[in-house]
Write a protein that binds this ligand. Structure first.
Ligand SMILES: NC(=O)c1ccc[n+]([C@@H]2O[C@H](COP(=O)([O-])OP(=O)(O)OC[C@H]3O[C@@H](n4cnc5c(N)ncnc54)[C@H](O)[C@@H]3O)[C@@H](O)[C@H]2O)c1
Length: 446
């Protein structure tokens, strides 16, 4: 059998199938999953059994998180996949690089400036090693179409961006049920979620952020807000599963009637203490659910960005104003709370709807409807999987693969926005981390 690339994954929760399944399935001739690592033995075993049963692979070795370094020494993977809660990414990335491995990490690259600095230092002392950030949104056909059109100069030089992202009361609410709802674990939604959006803008415009101002607050979720709206009864239980009083609560998520949620989370509570379905109207939530951000980029371009996590619909609306016209991109989609669920399952007959409208100055508008292709995120996920795991992936003329400095350019906007919300003042990105001081374009970052 020909030589296969060896992968080990740390973090065996809901997101693992994005990486483990293509390795074990479609790309099995080029790739091999040698080990799984997590703090929860139950979750490791659940995935191990699932992968062996579904793809007939040899069982990957199984390591507790405390044995991560031993796993690297014994299994000698070429690449480590980091898929743990956001605040732990930097630690695993640094240890993997120092052990001589390449890294594929889920977004966000890190949640703190010190975590980012540690990754950058590790990347510099291990120059032969590569860190890739799995920015799957870049690969969606709608986002790619926008990049193609803007790069063609169809609206001239872009001077302003207006970007609104809506999270609905299924997907949006899910961030308030578990670790994401604590700033120290996820960095808040401006890091955890908006890293995708800030990256898209950096990449669409080949731009590097320079200064950020933000306001944000917890306006909807949390006990205080529910009580103020007269919804005190929704705050009476700590979680939803096994709580008869939560029947009829539209925010209820129960772990016992979905096979995946039960196997991954309910059955693992004993060994991890991780409660996946905490009440979204409880005390102690420390992230915002409504945020407005202004970003100025090197070169002068400005973006006006907002994120709300309690909308009736899910999707985004982005308007680019250039000196030759305007481009508007709208995307509506269903929300996934379990990786692998399809839009069709969640939104009966539903599809990603991606529309691009271009109007040059003094001209009629032109509309493009972009069709989704099979696979998650409108067809973006399989394209990213091919880049990560195929022997010879298709060429990527749009430059959709992201290195660690490009990952940094995105999280730095969220970090600066968090700092600005604390201080009430604009925050220069360079005050957090000296990102390639001489560079003007994202594509110059390595
Ligand atoms: N790009 C996307 O569309 C997308 C979607 C979902 C999640 N994500 C990212 O994927 C990552 C994982 O998210 P998820 O939804 O799978 O979360 P999850 O909570 O389902 O899984 C996290 C796993 O990490 C384990 N873990 C916790 N602390 C650990 C530690 N210190 N060491 C080792 N393992 C630890 C948990 O036991 C759990 O199995 C996050 O970084 C998230 O931001 C990305």
């Amino acid at each position: 059998m020909k030589h296969r690339q060896k992968y080990a994954a740390v973090g065996t929760g809901g997101r693992l199938p994005m990486f483990a399944d293509p390795i074990a399935g479609k790309y099995r001739d080029a790739a091999e999953l040698v080990a799984l690592c997590d703090t929860s033995a139950t979750r490791r075993l659940w995935h191990k059994n699932r992968l062996v049963e579904k793809y007939g692979i040899a069982p990957p070795a199984d390591y507790d998180a405390a044995d991560f370094d031993r796993m690297l020494a014994v299994q000698r993977p070429g690449t480590v996949i980091v898929c743990t809660p956001d605040c732990t990414h930097h630690d695993y990335i640094v240890r993997a690089l120092d052990a001589g491995c390449d890294v594929i990490t889920e977004k966000p690259l890190a949640t703190t400036a010190s975590g980012l600095a540690a990754i950058d230092a590790a990347a510099r002392r291990n120059p032969g090693r590569r860190v890739r950030v799995a920015f799957n949104y870049r690969w969606s056909p709608g986002a790619s179409k926008v990049r193609e059109l803007l790069a063609s100069g169809v609206i001239g030089r872009v001077q302003h961006v207006d970007f609104e992202y809506m999270l609905n009361t299924s997907h949006g609410a899910d961030y308030f049920r578990r670790w994401h709802s604590y700033k120290e674990r996820s960095g808040g939604l401006l890091i955890h979620k908006s890293t995708h959006h800030f990256d898209l803008v950096n990449w669409w415009l080949d731009a590097i952020p320079e200064e950020v101002f933000a306001w944000g607050r917890l306006a909807f979720y949390g006990k205080k807000n529910a009580v103020a709206r007269g919804q005190e009864p929704l705050t009476r239980y700590a979680r939803y599963t096994g709580e008869p009083a939560s029947a009829g609560d539209p925010f209820r998520l129960t772990l016992d009637d979905d096979e995946n949620l039960r196997g991954l989370y309910l059955d693992a509570e004993g060994d991890s203490g991780y409660i996946r379905d905490e009440n979204v109207f409880r005390e102690g939530i420390s992230i915002e659910d409504t945020m407005s951000v202004l970003v100025r980029y090197r070169g002068g371009l400005v973006m006006n960005y907002s994120l709300n996590a309690f909308c009736p619909n899910e999707g985004s609306r982005v308007a680019f104003t250039g000196d030759g016209g305007r481009l508007e991109y709208t995307a509506e989609h269903a929300s996934h709370i379990i990786t692998g669920d399809t839009d069709v399952k969640i939104m009966a007959g539903g599809k990603h709807l991606m529309k691009v409208r271009v109007q040059r100055l003094f001209s009629e508008p032109e509309e493009f409807v972009v069709h989704e292709t099979p696979g998650g995120h409108g067809g973006g996920d399989p394209l990213l999987q091919e880049q990560m795991f195929a022997d010879s992936p298709a060429p990527d003329p749009l430059g959709r693969s992201a290195c660690h400095e490009q990952g940094a350019a995105s999280i730095l906007v969220g970090m600066a926005a968090n700092r600005s919300m604390e201080t009430g003042a604009p925050v220069p990105v360079s005050s957090l981390f000296p990102l390639a001081p001489g560079a003007l374009r994202l594509s110059q970052l390595k």
